[in-house]
Write a protein that binds this ligand. Structure first.
Ligand code: SAM
Length: 262
């Protein structure tokens, strides 16, 4: 997505997506457009204890789980399909001596195998496609999270009706996203209580997009003979044009902290 990592991932059919994402996110702690200080504040204010059990689906390099485990001393499981992300996160967890409490699994996420009502917090930020979509993630988490427990999701929304050209560029239809209030209505229809929301600002988006693009441009410049460099350059320049032309006024990203009914 232009700005949405989800559609960015889907769009990279002709190059190694995992590698492109790792290059693009170099130096970016949380692999989503929410500002680091917002992520940190939200995590620090979670009502977790050392007894809590946490799940993060599509955890990337597990920045969320590192902070949660270190702050609350609880146990957590992170799942991600990307080998390089899980390998990097595993090494960091060992170096920080939190590996006994943090289980990191490199596999496609399969929620069907997990027991009901087993987590105090289930998270999925910028990764709902690892489950199906936002609705699928919320339905699954309503089952997996204990009564009174929490769900933390981050997903895209339309700030305004998308232009036909933008949809064509993204390769999706307008029903790929709801609006921000549509996301909230979905959560409420599924009986969640909305505890907190954050709509990513234009500055947060721009900082994420700028860092993402400049990381790839820097890589391409430094590695002109890399076989994937020309495709990476074409891809990021097309993304950048579409972001500036349409995306920055059209696509939003929301963070939602939701409570499962008691
Ligand atoms: C945009 S990143 C978000 C990472 C992390 N949640 C964050 O905010 O820092 C999306 C992640 O979803 C992972 N992913 C995509 N499909 C998946 C699947 N089927 N199972 C597990 N992880 C998946 C990708 O490898 C990627 O690390």
């Amino acid at each position: 997505m232009l700005h949405s990592m989800i559609l960015k991932e889907r769009a990279c059919q002709y190059m190694n997506r995992e590698r492109l994402s790792a290059i693009a996110h170099e130096g970016i702690e949380f692999w989503n457009p929410v500002a680091t200080e917002v992520c940190e504040r939200w995590i620090d204010n979670l009502p977790l204890t050392s007894e809590s059990e946490v799940l993060d689906v599509g955890c990337g390099r597990a920045a969320l789980l590192f902070r949660i485990v270190e702050r609350f001393g609880c146990r957590a499981v992170g799942v991600d399909i990307a080998e390089s992300s899980i390998a990097a996160a595993t090494a960091i967890a060992a170096a920080r001596s939190i590996d006994a409490r943090l289980q990191l699994k490199c596999e496609p996420f399969d929620g069907g195998s997990l027991p009901d009502r087993s987590y105090d917090l289930a998270a999925c930020i910028g990764s709902t496609h690892a489950i199906t979509d936002l609705e699928g993630a919320l339905c699954l988490f309503a089952r997996l999270v204990k009564p009174g427990g929490l769900v933390l999701v981050g997903d895209g929304y339309w700030q305004r009706a998308p232009d036909a050209g933008y949809l064509e560029f993204l390769g999706c239809t307008a029903d790929a996203y709801r609006t921000h209030s549509g996301n909230l209505a979905l959560a409420q229809d599924l009986a969640f209580e909305v505890v907190a929301t954050h709509e990513t600002s234009a500055d947060e988006w721009a900082q994420y997009e700028d860092s993402y693009a400049s990381n790839i441009e820097r890589f391409v410049e430094a590695n002109p003979h890399d076989p994937e460099a020309p495709a990476m350059a074409r891809k990021i320049r097309a993304w950048r044009d579409a972001y500036l032309r349409w995306g920055k006024d059209t696509l939003g990203f929301g963070l939602y902290l939701l409570k499962v009914p008691e």
